[in-house]
Ligand binder design. Structure first.
Ligand code: AQP
Length: 350
């Protein structure tokens, strides 16, 4: 069990440690998803905690998705999870729409969350931009469904990238308000787990923007399915500054692109940023970029190879997802039934 999880669960007492997280099948998996989320999912699985990981397809349709592409992306995401080291025997792997309890609890949470809280969500503001009147209602209420994804399992810990911090705070607020309004201690106050050198991987073209599936520039990200030549080319062309690499972290201040490449190296190599700088300090990017490319290819190529192998048997992926959904629902259904009972739905118990 990781130290963060142990300390928190000792404080909580009532709730056994349980980890939940999800990723949208809304495009190609990229290095940010891998380092900020999936790699951490694997660490948590292997530390012996109960782990539940979800392909959040209901979140993906908050923006238009071509149905055939969505189905493929969901299976490919499952393949990506397994190829990265998630074991369907150890972790519960499933797609969100196969466990309807998420959407059912999401409705209750729509009635718990306040408009003022939702209006503060920066991801909605970023994604809606100037198009606010034209985006879906789902894009706005997405964070209440995310709270339901987590709390329908009484999850105590959620490994995510830095960009999800505000949604996790909202999840805590929803749990606390529900508990307060109904005079219960039913939902845990979930702890975000945002750790490691790459909690916010930035675009390779612009160090002020996060690496993202929806960036129109493919050169801005390393996709998990990129081949070795593409990875090397994207890293070679990554934006940097004219200075060399410093030997200490302070030398990366106000150098977002340089800091991003060093963070990526550290996370891929499982080293601290200090260790990396102690080794490469004084080098120019002309020497560092090929080292980074070699490391990225060594780490990502086996994953993309395994993903393509797994994608050849879609039937097996569908079986894994169906089995995972059955196991997920066995946990979710009694929690939903108890929630309905607490809020006063006839037929739910008392
Ligand atoms: N750049 C990133 N650095 C670190 N972590 C990241 N994550 C995403 N981008 C980075 C983490 O990956 C998990 C799944 O993200 P998601 O697909 O559910 O949603 P997202 O954060 O909206 O991902 P994208 O790629 O940025 O998608 P689009 O472009 O559609 O918005 C989360 O844990 C997230 O923190």
């Amino acid at each position: 069990m990781t130290e963060a999880v142990q300390t928190q669960s000792q404080q909580e007492g009532k709730f056994a440690p349980r980890v939940f997280s999800g990723i949208q099948p809304s495009g190609d998996l990229h290095l940010g998803n891998y380092l900020g989320a999936i790699k951490r999912f694997v660490d948590m699985q292997n530390s012996g905690i109960e782990t539940i990981y979800c392909m959040v397809d209901l979140h993906a349709i908050t923006v238009w998705q071509d149905p055939a592409k969505l189905r493929r992306a969901t299976r490919e995401l499952c393949a990506g999870f397994i190829a990265s080291g998630l074991d369907p025997q150890k972790s519960i792997l499933f797609n969100q729409s196969q466990a309807p309890e998420h959407a059912q609890l999401g409705w209750i949470f729509n009635c718990v969350a306040r408009m003022g809280w939702m209006n503060r969500m920066t991801q909605f503001k970023d994604k809606a931009g100037k198009n606010r009147e034209k985006v879906s209602v789902g894009l706005f209420s997405y964070p209440t469904l995310m709270a339901a994804d987590i709390l329908i399992y009484h999850s105590t810990h959620v490994p995510v990238g830095e960009d999800q911090k505000q949604h996790l705070e909202l999840t805590r607020d929803i749990a606390a308000k529900f508990n307060h309004d109904y005079g219960v201690n039913f939902f845990p106050i979930t702890e975000p787990v945002i750790e490691g050198a790459a909690t916010r991987v930035m675009s390779l073209r612009d160090g002020s923007k996060k690496m993202s599936k929806s960036d129109p520039s493919d050169a801005s990200r390393l996709n998990m399915t990129d081949d070795a030549d593409t990875i090397a080319k994207k890293i070679r062309k990554a934006k940097t500054d004219p200075d060399g690499l410093p030997s200490e972290i302070a030398g990366l201040e106000d150098r977002p692109e340089a800091r991003n490449l060093v963070n990526i190296y550290a996370a891929l190599a499982d080293q601290s940023v200090e260790q990396v700088l102690a080794d490469v300090g004084g080098q120019q990017f002309g020497a560092f970029k090929p080292m980074l490319a070699e490391l990225a290819v060594a780490k990502l190529s086996p994953i993309s190879g395994e993903m393509s192998r797994l994608m050849q048997d879609e039937g097996e992926i569908d079986r894994i997802l169906a089995d995972g959904a059955m196991r997920a629902r066995a946990i979710a259904a009694p929690i939903l039934a108890k929630t309905y009972d607490i809020v006063g739905m006839v037929g739910a118990g008392s």
